[in-house]
Structures are given as C-alpha cells and as structure tokens.
Design a protein around this ligand. Structure first.
Ligand SMILES: [Zn+2]
Ligand SMILES: [Zn+2]
Length: 65
C-alpha cells in the first residue's frame, strides 16, 4: 500500500500540508518548533496563504468561546 501524502506540518500552530520527506512546510516552522516558547501561541507565519486563512478563520470563530 502507498503511504498517504497529506502529512501535516510538524509545527503545532501550522495547518500546512508537507511533503513526505520533510516534516515541516518551511524553514520558519522548523525554527519555531525547535524553539518552542519564543512564539508560544503566536499564529503561524510560514507565509503560506492557506495557512494564514485558517488562522483568520480561528480568530472569528475561536475554538473555545
Ligand atoms: Zn503555516
Ligand atoms: Zn508549517
């Protein structure tokens, strides 16, 4: 069986999909995950438009009211 390709970025705040050979969608996410706490709770700024749209959606509809 073939492995699925829709891997999620390893950066907790990021919603991007990644390639199977890289756990992060960008160097930004790699740095953020290696240094948790520096930007704890901050929205992802990886630069991918779909990811930023997801954060904008969360601001209008917070997961917990
Ligand atoms: Zn992202
Ligand atoms: Zn990412």
């Amino acid at each position: 069986m073939n492995a699925p390709i829709d891997e999620r970025c390893a950066h907790p705040a990021c919603n991007c999909q990644t390639r199977v050979d890289d756990p992060y969608c960008s160097d930004y996410c790699r740095r953020m995950t290696e240094r948790p706490g520096a930007h704890a709770g901050a929205p992802c700024e990886c630069g991918h438009e779909a990811c930023h749209q997801q954060h904008a959606h969360e601001r209008r509809h917070p997961p917990q009211a």
